[in-house]
Design a protein around this ligand. Structure first.
Ligand SMILES: C[S@@+](CC[C@H](N)C(=O)[O-])C[C@H]1O[C@@H](n2cnc3c(N)ncnc32)[C@H](O)[C@@H]1O
Length: 363
């Protein structure tokens, strides 16, 4: 097949700049992202004002090693995430996202819910209590590392209320940039598959959570067979309803799929929540279920090596948001981790506080 576009003579990898209908889509994506960013910046500001996590009596003792973060540098990185997202939409890589404030009443309800829960989160933070969920009956069947209130969130991964609230909490934390950051992984996958017939492609979004990225995948690849997988029953139910796609409740350490059965696995924000001994197990499972030539589209937090200027922020994250495995993730050599499982880096990208990798299983 000719690797160059007949009109422009550009390599196929070089995605053309937005024009025509796609340019309008890009403009619409940008406009909706601006509204979403303003909304979640305000909601996040109210939760922080109520909780004042850095003031008063608290168990948190944060002694930063990294240099102070420049507000201008942070703002540039934040805005660049929206620029990249809108540019990809304008280039026709994927359609405008459906994660804006489509229903103002619902957005209002979500923001109020996050704000109402902020005090409970802060009390857990001040007590340093990240394992409250272990008191809940029914959680014994899950791995111990999983039975925690990650981010100090109410209900951990175990309740319907937590699953309903999660996406709004993440957007409030990242001032509305979470969707744009996650879509760096979508961008890598869409570039990789550009021009390819999607029918028959099988994709699993591993640790799909409440389904924000699963919904992006379903919108971008409507003809592919796409499903979510998560260990949380409650989060899977939310993911099904958000994305309209099926979901499997399973542990990522033992994937219920045959060897070489999937064209792609996507995995967003899971690895920083896994203990170091579990990461290679999950990486090996992903490699096992991918077909030869199949890819993992991975996204997770940037590491200090990617953003030395923002390293103090990355240090603060586990101190204030119960992330028991984040500090080992921050130092992990991801290409080596996946390389040991047989996957090699075929692409990478970054936006604000998220990095994305495309990892390929050899033919
Ligand atoms: C931080 S959330 C990320 C969710 C989603 N991918 C996103 O982009 O927001 C982590 C998710 O990983 C799931 N998870 C954690 N450990 C898991 C495991 N061993 N197997 C399957 N899912 C797991 C949790 O239930 C939770 O939904």
């Amino acid at each position: 097949m000719d690797e160059r576009s007949a009109k422009s003579g550009e390599p196929r990898e070089a995605v053309p700049k937005g024009r025509g209908a796609f340019a309008l889509d890009g403009a619409s994506q940008r406009a909706r992202a601006a509204i979403k960013a303003a909304w979640w910046t305000a909601a996040g500001g109210v939760t922080r004002a109520l909780a004042q996590p850095t003031r008063g009596e608290a168990k948190v003792r944060f002694e930063p090693q990294g240099p102070p973060v420049s507000a201008a540098r942070l703002r540039r990185a934040y805005l660049a995430a929206f620029d990249k997202d809108a540019a990809d939409v304008a280039a026709g890589l994927y359609p405008p996202a459906q994660d804006g404030l489509g229903d103002p009443a619902e957005a209002f309800r979500q923001a109020l819910d996050v704000i109402a829960d902020a005090r409970a989160v802060d009390q857990r933070r001040r007590r340093g209590d990240g394992v409250e969920v272990r008191e809940e009956p029914g959680t014994e069947a899950y791995p111990n590392y999983y039975r925690q209130n990650f981010h100090y969130q109410s209900g951990g991964w175990f309740t319907d209320a937590s699953a309903r609230r999660y996406e709004a909490q993440v957007e409030a934390l990242f001032s509305g940039a979470a969707g744009a950051m996650r879509r760096r992984a979508l961008s890598l996958l869409a570039r990789h598959w550009r021009g390819q017939d999607q029918r028959g492609l099988k994709v699993v979004d591993l640790a799909c959570g409440s389904g924000a990225f699963l919904a992006d995948l379903a919108t971008a690849f409507p003809r592919a067979a796409i499903a979510g997988l998560d260990l949380s029953r409650a989060y899977l139910a939310a993911a099904r309803s958000r994305s309209g796609r099926g979901g499997v409740q399973a542990n990522a350490e033992r994937l219920p799929f045959a060897d070489a059965s999937l064209d792609a696995v996507t995995c967003v924000y899971l690895f920083h929540e896994l203990p170091p001994r579990v990461r290679p197990v999950v990486a090996a499972e992903i490699a096992r279920v991918l077909k030869p030539g199949g890819v993992l589209a991975f996204a997770d937090s940037v590491q200090p090596i990617d953003e030395p200027d923002l390293s103090r922020l990355l240090e603060a994250f586990p101190a204030y948001f119960h992330e028991p495995y984040y500090s080992t993730y921050a130092q992990a050599d991801l290409p080596a981790l996946f390389g040991a499982a047989g996957l090699s880096v075929a692409g990478q990208d970054q936006a604000f506080l998220t990095k994305a990798l495309l990892l390929e299983k050899p033919w």
